[in-house]
Design a protein around this ligand. Structure first.
Ligand SMILES: [Cu+2]
Length: 475
């Protein structure tokens, strides 16, 4: 299929109502005509047959999130149409300090009715996303942010963008209180050896996998009872751009019988890795290129909750492919996330060859008891700032001494995974890396974007319970 008919095909797919395909929304939109507007607003979706009042980040044409081309500036007016203060972080972009969207680092929350114009060059193309850096993230204040490489426009492949989430009819404040015992600190929230606990690794201690029980798991706001169906072509090529926007849930992505390969993580290209199951922690993204069979059919793409039976997903189906119902329970629990996929990754670009000028050790600690999570023994507020110097290559050597996995995210930079459990490597370039219990991962980054940048666990409640610090350097 040539490019023109591809575009026509995709346009017809869009016309059929696949709102999740962010087709051409914002592409090539003349920023000269002014910034794109993203409005933080409330909206209603249906979950498990009930109306759910959630939040969203919508453009005026109703599309969720934004797609733009690398090389263009990120020129976005954020409008707060909520009745509460908010601020949005551009996860995966590397704006100058001041436009990162983390409350008080340094920008203040926008009051209801307030706007802010963001403008900076997009230097890190790829599959990214935007989300509130507050408990509002749990209320689905999150959306795709896709920065396409211009060269990708000429590829004969269909793009499918899906944001995963975990959903509760409870408020995030209620969920947090359930974990902390309602005191902010202390208490145990009645967790114990529930469905998320157990599994005994080498040390024989119990490992905690999931600490929040949700009412549903969503893929583009939908469950498997009513999944989004993307119409695809026989023998076509599809690029999945998958975003784990869940606040407290890691997934295994399962592409079933299809043949696929991971081609990028957190927006950064990797040497393709074939597989049928790929781990995706909170905050992370994965691009998977799929080749569809030559016959009619329908293929569910599933996101299986780590260490549990629940799953969500969406369906790729040819024009006449029959879509069958997939149960929301897989019947048997999935494995906990591990580092075998991470260890197989090789970036197609490496950071500039400089030796690390500085190595900082960060111990991940804390636990379900008292629901306190720490970096180097400290919680946010009494944290030790990680001081580095402009221009140096910095390594952050993380070791997880806790019994729960943590997706660690550094703002303002992309880093390279250079060591797993003491073994040196030229691993993936990414912005969020998974630290399973009792494992060690070292990442390296170039200090080329001065400021004071959040560095934290991307499990929302771990962050809220203290698992955050900053990396700081002056220009
Ligand atoms: Cu964590």
């Amino acid at each position: 299929m040539n490019q023109i008919s591809r575009r026509q095909f995709m346009a017809s797919v869009a016309a059929c109502g696949s709102a999740g395909l962010l087709l051409s929304s914002g592409i090539g939109k003349a920023f000269a005509a002014g910034p794109s507007v993203i409005r933080a607003q409330s909206r209603t979706i249906e979950v498990n047959g009930r109306a759910a009042s959630v939040l969203g980040l919508l453009q005026s044409d109703g599309s969720h999130g934004i797609t733009l081309e690398a090389g263009q500036d990120f020129a976005v007016r954020l409008e707060n149409a909520l009745d509460a203060p908010t601020l949005i972080h551009w996860h995966g972009l590397t704006p100058p300090f001041g436009q990162d969207g983390v409350p008080d680092l340094p920008q203040a929350l926008l009051a209801p009715g307030e706007n802010y114009d963001y403008s900076f060059p997009v230097t890190t193309p790829g599959t990214h996303w935007m989300h509130a850096h507050t408990l509002q993230e749990q209320q689905l204040l999150a959306a795709p942010l896709i920065a396409r490489e211009p060269a990708e426009a000429s590829l004969d492949e269909q793009e499918v963008v899906v944001l995963l989430h975990d959903f509760s009819f409870k408020s995030p404040e209620e969920l947090l209180a359930g974990l902390t015992g309602g005191t902010g600190m202390g208490g145990h929230g009645g967790h114990g050896m529930g469905p998320g606990a157990a599994m005994a690794p080498a040390g024989g201690m119990a490992m905690d996998i999931n600490d929040v029980e949700y009412d549903a798991y969503l893929a583009n706001d939908r469950t498997l009872a009513d999944p989004e169906v993307f119409r695809v072509e026989r023998s076509g090529t599809v690029r999945l751009r998958l975003i784990n926007g869940a606040t407290a849930t890691a997934f295994w992505i399962d592409i079933g019988s299809l043949r696929g390969q991971a081609i990028a993580v957190d927006g950064n290209p990797v040497t393709p890795v074939k597989g049928s199951r790929f781990p995706l922690a909170m905050g992370q993204r994965i691009d998977i290129r799929l080749r569809l069979p030559g016959e009619e059919g329908a293929w569910p793409i599933l996101a299986h909750r780590e260490g549990a039976v629940e799953r969500t997903g969406f369906v790729l189906a040819t024009a006449n492919g029959e879509v069958k119902r997939v149960a929301t329970s897989a019947g048997i629990p999935s494995e906990p996330l591990d580092l075998s996929f991470e260890a197989s990754l090789q970036s197609t670009k490496t950071l500039a060859g400089a030796e690390a000028g500085r190595r900082k050790e960060v111990i991940l600690g804390g636990g379900m008891m008292g629901y306190s999570w720490t970096l180097n023994g400290k919680i946010w507020g009494s944290h030790d700032v990680i001081e580095v110097a402009t221009g140096e290559r910095v390594e952050i050597a993380m070791r997880n001494d806790s019994m729960m996995g943590h997706p660690m995210h550094l703002h303002g930079h992309h880093f390279q995974v250079v060591e797993i459990d003491g073994k040196r490597m030229q691993g993936a370039v990414r912005d969020t890396v998974w630290l399973p219990p009792q494992r060690a991962v070292t990442v390296a980054f170039d200090a080329n974007n001065p400021g004071e940048w959040a560095f934290h666990c991307h499990h929302l409640y771990h962050m809220a319970a203290g698992m955050m610090t900053t990396v700081r350097y002056a220009a």
